[in-house]
Design a protein around this ligand. Structure first.
Ligand code: PEP
Length: 252
């Protein structure tokens, strides 16, 4: 059985005080559940706080970005090894906000994916199309291209230690969730692309959905056969919502 993952993306939100309240509530509400993992991807400055708060809890943590370089004169950047120093297990790679707002190309995202694995992190590779691309009928071309950049540079075997997040850009932070059928179709496409190179690996690959997932719609998404959990933005900042989404992942 594929393991399921619910990952929170706090984006650029939080403060020491707000994080403390959220982490306490998550620790009280989330308990180890067979086959489901939870993680929170937090802003860099709070990694030490999260590491201390979640030590011994059944919630992992990670970051939202990393440098494609291991070290050097890259002012303002953070390496994978630095994230490991703070106990990170996961790191988001190629989130659509990084691609759209910070010009991250497929090639750079592929470099970051490689750097993450080189540092012993599990990359959560984000792929997804814009509304214009969906309306033009090129969703599979776009997602296939984003995936190919990583497959070409790291090889299909690298996906053994990775998670793919399908996040249609038009569903992120908009309140407009993809229907379970729309999401399932793209998840099946992704699994098919990987499966053409390695069927066994594809069958075990965790592919999570992101885009306005909430407690109220999580279960219908997670019951789809190729959806293995969620990448959660806004709802990850509300303890009851995140806990409800995690519970939904445990019920399917
Ligand atoms: C995200 O940030 O990856 C995301 C899916 O955000 P939201 O859940 O707010 O749409």
């Amino acid at each position: 059985m594929r393991s399921r993952l619910v990952a929170g993306n706090w984006k650029m939100h939080g403060s020491l005080a707000a994080n403390r309240r959220l982490l306490e509530a998550l620790k009280a509400g989330l308990h180890a559940s067979a086959g489901v993992q939870y993680t929170v991807c937090v802003p860099y400055p709070y990694l030490a706080q999260v590491e201390a708060a979640l030590a011994g809890a059944s919630i992992a943590w990670g970051a939202q970005n990393l440098s494609e370089h291991a070290q050097g004169a890259y002012t303002g950047e953070v390496s994978g090894a630095m994230l490991r120093d703070f106990g990170c297990r996961h790191v988001l790679v190629g989130h659509s906000e990084r691609r759209a707002l910070y010009g991250e190309t497929d090639k750079r995202v592929a470099g970051k994916f490689q750097a993450a694995q080189g540092a012993g992190l599990i990359p959560i590779l984000c792929v997804g199309e814009t509304l214009q691309e969906r309306d033009s009928g090129v969703t599979e071309i776009v997602v296939g291209r984003q995936l190919a950049a990583v497959l070409d540079s790291s090889g299909v075997g690298a996906l053994v230690n990775a998670v793919i997040a399908y996040e249609p850009v038009w569903a992120i932070g908009t309140g407009r969730t993809a229907t379970p059928q729309q999401a399932q179709a793209v998840h099946a496409f992704i699994r098919g692309v990987v499966g053409r190179q390695d069927a066994k690996l594809a069958a075990g690959l965790s592919i999570v959905y992101g885009g306005s997932v909430k407690g109220a719609n999580a279960k219908e998404l997670f019951t789809m056969s190729d959806i293995d959990g969620g990448l959660i933005g806004g709802a990850a900042l509300v303890a009851e919502e995140f806990i409800a989404i995690c519970a939904a992942a445990g019920q399917v």
